[in-house]
Design a protein around this ligand. Structure first.
Ligand SMILES: [Zn+2]
Length: 388
């Protein structure tokens, strides 16, 4: 064995042993310097940049800022790092006190408890890893959407150029201003406060109080009854259907026994089948109608409390809710959500609700007028997304 080979082998062994004891011996990552412990052995010690590492982890764990934004933010404060280095920083388990050992010969890779002082908690580290993993394949905008100050980001269209508005917070001497805005050269800008107030009043317009809810439900039920009355599926329907099916069997028997010619048989069979199909179609239609009614009832119950759901929901729930109301984006027009962007069923509910409020003020319940606003056509399933 040459001397060189011997040294490198020896080194590997020493390094491995040190690592297994939790003593990191490589070049120190940012935030640490190499010091000496009481036995004069090398040990990682937090340096003057340690607090930047902590800040980086904390910022990233909020799920609001992307890596580029954090790098920029920290650079302003004097922490210089590159994209590549930063990507390594937020994935390095050393910072929460662990030492990573690569797989070596028969031994698999391992993570051992380090003897150095951690800069962050394991919990914080895991939170950051979860965001990193979630962000895989996702676009930057997903982070942006997650800012709790801007639950409507990504949903508002610019009324001038139809681009999707983004959102920012700027600072004057004393105050912060948050607003939704378009991208240069377009100068559309809506204060977040206004946008949120307009949005809330929209939610209010579709949130139903108990009376409106009951009345609306009643109206819908009546509408469905009306359709039933023109298309009854009573016991007679089923008698007819059974009769026709029996007849079909008899025709087949007659044909087999040679009492009917092939032509006669086919004609008779077709007549029967057409009638059976007609009756069965009626059943399918009724089934669908019941489905629509069920969907509608579910939707109505959800809409009943929509304002509260939104105001008390988490950011994630808010975004889901807005997304279910507006599968497409919406625009503000005269401080209101443009009605053209509304899901037709919501438009209907909001107009019925408005009608109810007006007649309530007049002290009369114009159920018939309201009922005419509701038609079965208005509640066709495609207009009602199940999530609402
Ligand atoms: Zn614009």
């Amino acid at each position: 064995m040459t001397r060189r080979k011997f040294t490198s082998k020896f080194k590997t062994k020493v390094v491995l042993e040190a690592l297994k004891e939790g003593r990191y011996v490589g070049s120190p990552p940012k935030g640490y310097s190499v010091g000496r412990d009481s036995s004069k052995k090398p040990i990682l010690q937090p340096n003057h940049e340690a607090h930047f590492i902590q800040e980086a982890y904390e910022m990233y764990s909020e799920g609001v800022y992307n890596q580029r934004e954090i790098i920029k933010h920290l650079a302003k404060k004097g922490f210089k790092t590159s994209k590549t280095v930063f990507a390594k920083i937020i994935r390095n388990p050393l910072y929460y006190g662990k030492v990573f050992i690569k797989a070596h010969k028969e031994e698999p890779e391992q993570l051992v408890e380090g003897i150095h002082e951690p800069l962050i908690s394991e919990q914080l580290f895991n939170k950051v890893q979860a965001i990193l993993n979630k962000g895989k394949g996702a676009k930057n905008t997903n982070y942006k959407r997650l800012n709790p100050n801007f639950p409507l980001r990504g949903f508002i269209n610019c009324p001038k150029c139809q681009k999707t508005l983004t959102a920012s917070t700027s600072r004057s001497r004393k105050n912060y201003y948050s607003y939704y805005h378009c991208i240069s050269p377009c100068d559309t800008r809506i204060s977040a406060e206004d946008a949120h107030a307009w949005f809330n009043s929209f939610l209010k317009s579709i949130s139903l109080d108990n009376n409106s809810y009951t009345l609306l439900l009643e109206i819908i039920k009546e509408e469905f009854k009306k359709i039933d009355a023109t298309n009854p599926l009573g016991p007679k329907h089923y008698e007819k259907l059974t009769g026709l099916k029996d007849k079909l069997t008899r025709i087949q028997d007659l044909f087999i026994d040679g009492e009917l010619s092939k032509e006669e048989y086919q004609q008779a069979k077709k007549r029967c089948q057409v009638l059976i199909e007609e009756l069965e179609e009626k059943e399918i239609k009724l089934g669908k109608k019941k489905e629509i009614f069920d969907t509608f009832k579910k939707g109505l119950t959800k809409i009943q409390t929509i304002e509260k759901q939104y105001s008390t929901g988490s950011l994630d729930q808010k975004i889901k809710l807005v997304g279910s109301i507006f599968p497409q984006k919406f625009e503000f027009e005269n401080k209101k959500i443009r009605t053209a962007d509304l899901n037709p069923i919501l438009l209907k509910i909001s107009s019925i609700h408005g009608g109810l409020q007006r007649s309530k003020r007049k002290g009369q319940t114009k159920k018939n007028d309201l009922s005419s606003m509701v038609t079965a056509k208005g509640f066709e399933p495609p207009t009602l997304r199940a999530e609402i």
